[in-house]
Design a protein around this ligand. Structure first.
Ligand code: ADP
Length: 361
């Protein structure tokens, strides 16, 4: 516990607290106090006089810059007798920033002892939270690295199974009996499915692992054109009609926006109704974010699954109905959230779906 008093009660309070088993480190200034707090002190006691010197601003700056796990307990000892109006005003100023307890002087030894112990206990909990947060971050990084390595290293063996089972199918076509032909087919289609799954997983883990870089703004229309280029065959064979209003510039990496468009468009084509797909892209501006809307005329999504479909590996169809990996929308969500945006779907069954996402200007 650190203590920044001025004048006469330094000694008295230090003794009082030490007698109650509270380790106290007196400081001559707010700078010194903040330094000790930064080095791991549990809580701070400050007299009001210290705050009336330029201490308040320093303290406020420090409190504003606390990490998310931190809520530093601070006990303020008011000028003697009663909490003056100025004291109340200062306490109010500090209150919005943190964990302030205001005690009037003269403070009874039991009161300050209890307040100090409660503050220390609260701070210990915060340090535990910080340690847990750090451990979780490290574990998460390990897991991401693991997922990346696994999906990367699986690519080649899976590719070999797909290629050589295809080759065997062709070479042995006439000599295989019906059962063996079917077995070989299972191997081949299984390997092809795995190939797609591993490719999507790799894209997903790459995105999670990719470092934060400086972002410049890009033309959304360029990203859309690239995405449509990647889907040229699906667009042609389904007779899909895609229309869009003039699109703005957005502050994202080009391949991220392209990935979002490509996933949403390919879904709108894949999950189509008997009609040829019709997809309309519109955009509007809200609070420094652009909101994109992709409206399709496909099979729609039951309201109960509106959130579920954005989870990793979450699908509403079996692979023998419509194949997929359940990674596309999870990937879109990770991308837009990385830029502070959001993604959601507005849909009623049979009325098509409208996928909306926001990205910064
Ligand atoms: P995948 O398409 O590989 O299954 P996604 O994460 O892209 O994975 O989509 C998750 C699920 O959401 C899909 O399996 C599908 O059931 C549903 N879905 C996505 N887009 C649409 C859409 N435009 N219309 C209807 N259903 C959709």
């Amino acid at each position: 516990m650190v203590f920044a008093p001025t004048g006469r009660d330094t000694h008295l309070l230090t003794v009082t607290l030490r007698e109650r088993g509270v380790h106290v480190e007196p400081c001559g200034s707010v700078e010194q106090l903040l330094q000790l707090v930064g080095e791991g002190a549990s809580a701070a006691i400050i007299t009001e006089e210290v705050l009336s010197l330029s201490g308040l601003d320093q303290l406020r700056n420090w409190l504003e810059q606390q990490p998310t796990w931190s809520d530093m307990p601070i006990i303020v000892l008011s000028t003697s007798g009663y909490a003056s109006r100025a004291t109340a005003k200062r306490a109010e100023e500090l209150l919005v920033l943190g964990n302030i307890t205001l005690l009037e002087r003269p403070v009874r030894p039991e009161t300050i002892g209890l307040a100090a112990r409660a503050a220390i206990r609260a701070r210990q909990r915060q340090y535990q939270m910080r340690d847990r947060e750090n451990t979780l971050t490290l574990m998460n990084e390990d897991l991401q690295q693991f997922a990346f390595s696994v999906s990367h290293d699986l690519q080649e063996p899976i590719r070999n199974i797909a290629v050589y089972s295809e080759l065997l199918k062709r070479r042995l076509a006439s000599s295989l009996n019906e059962d063996n032909g079917a077995f070989l087919n299972f191997i081949n289609t299984g390997a092809k499915r795995l190939e797609v799954l591993v490719r999507d997983l790799l894209t997903y883990t790459r995105l999670i692992n990719s470092p934060e870089e400086a972002i410049t703004s890009i033309e959304a229309e360029t990203a859309l054109a690239e995405a449509m280029g990647g889907l040229a065959e699906a667009i042609r064979s389904s007779n899909a009609q895609i229309t869009w209003v003039p699109l703005p510039k957005v502050s994202v990496r080009p391949f991220h926006l392209q990935e979002v468009f490509q996933n949403l468009l390919s879904n709108a084509i894949k999950y189509r109704s008997p009609e040829p797909p019709r997809i309309e892209i519109t955009v509007s501006n809200r609070n420094s974010f652009w909101q994109f809307r992709l409206k399709d005329n496909g099979i729609g999504i039951a309201p109960a699954y509106k959130d579920h479909i954005f989870g990793l590996f979450k699908r509403l169809h079996r692979n023998d109905e419509l194949s997929g990996t359940g990674i596309g929308l999870a990937l879109c969500k990770r991308i837009v959230e990385r830029y502070g945006g959001a993604i959601w779907v507005e849909s009623g069954e049979a009325a098509g779906s409208t996928f909306c996402f926001t990205l910064p200007e």
